[in-house]
Design a protein around this ligand. Structure first.
Ligand code: AMP
Length: 278
């Protein structure tokens, strides 16, 4: 497995694969890999001839007061995980390699990026769409793998690929959780022991809402209220949002009929965690 840091080195490698008729999968990540990321890589390896993992903490998707500087990084550990999962190449560029100092082109999406995480992170999806577009142009994969953990991101990427005619299949992958239900996240490393326990309230509350829907509750407002009430039993938790939306359009649902995504963001101490259930 190779670790490549420049676009100039990466392109001929992928072109060589293409000449041989090999199918290429891409797994975009911000590194500090865990079992969730690994599940995406393993799936990509099973469905493609070559797999590229991008490992890049993308500055443009962080807001000014967010955790860009403190975001955890460990490329050696990441390399071991990628190797074990069967990836062929890690693309690990410096920010200067990805962005010209005078870059002035961004990919902006309306609608889907305004609600949910877009409310507290108004520039986040512009950064995500821009960097993912760039990775798609640089790596030219046949398929790209994204986790359902970031359900809004997955919907946004699917829409961007449709709207901008990228010839790339987007593969969504299920959320990988710790044994006690906490969704795996690189940001879980920020949690103290006490906060780690408190963080269980996200999934527990989501499951409560899901159970209500499974038992026939159709009123989204009631389900939402019950979830929020349950979250509030945890003193360390501060709810950013709980929403019930259509998983493709991300539009709010009032009466639950078909597919419904329950999405949440909650601060546990200073750490903002997201999770969802369908
Ligand atoms: P990140 O490094 O957090 O940007 O995540 C990179 C990719 O891994 C995204 O597509 C995420 O949705 C996915 N991912 C992160 N955590 C998980 C998880 N617990 N289960 C499944 N996929 C995940």
């Amino acid at each position: 497995m190779q670790i490549i840091k420049t676009i100039e080195e990466l392109r001929p490698i992928v072109k060589g694969w293409r000449k041989e008729g090999l199918r290429v999968g891409l797994v975009p990540t911000m590194g500090y890999l865990h079992e969730g990321h690994k599940s995406l890589i393993v799936k990509a390896v099973s469905e493609n001839d070559r797999v590229v993992v991008s490992d890049f903490v993308n500055p443009t998707q962080f807001g000014v007061n967010e955790d860009l500087a403190s975001y955890p990084r460990d490329i050696e550990r990441d390399a071991a995980i990628c190797e074990e999962a069967g990836a062929d190449l890690i693309f690990h560029p410096e920010p200067e390699e990805m962005y010209f100092a005078d870059s002035c082109t961004f990919v902006n999406m309306d609608k889907l990026t305004k609600g949910l995480c877009g409310k507290t992170r108004p520039t986040h999806f512009r950064g995500v769409c821009t960097v993912v577009s760039k990775l798609f142009h640089i790596v030219t994969p046949d398929r790209a793998y994204f986790g359902q953990k970031d359900a809004q991101q997955l919907a946004v990427i699917r829409r961007m690929v449709r709207d901008l005619n990228f010839d790339i299949e987007i593969v969504g992958c299920p959320i990988v959780r710790e044994k006690d239900g906490l969704a795996m996240s690189s940001r879980n490393t920020y949690l103290s022991g006490e906060e780690r326990k408190a963080a269980l309230i996200l999934h527990k509350s989501l499951l409560l809402g899901k159970q209500m829907m499974e038992q026939g509750e159709r009123d989204a407002a009631k389900v939402k209220a019950a979830i929020i009430q349950n979250m509030e039993t945890e003193p360390l938790a501060k709810v950013d949002y709980v929403e019930i939306v259509n998983p493709d359009s991300l539009e709010n649902i009032d009466i639950i009929k078909g597919k419904a995504l329950i999405a949440t963001a909650v601060y546990i101490g200073k750490t903002r965690l997201i999770d969802n259930e369908m």
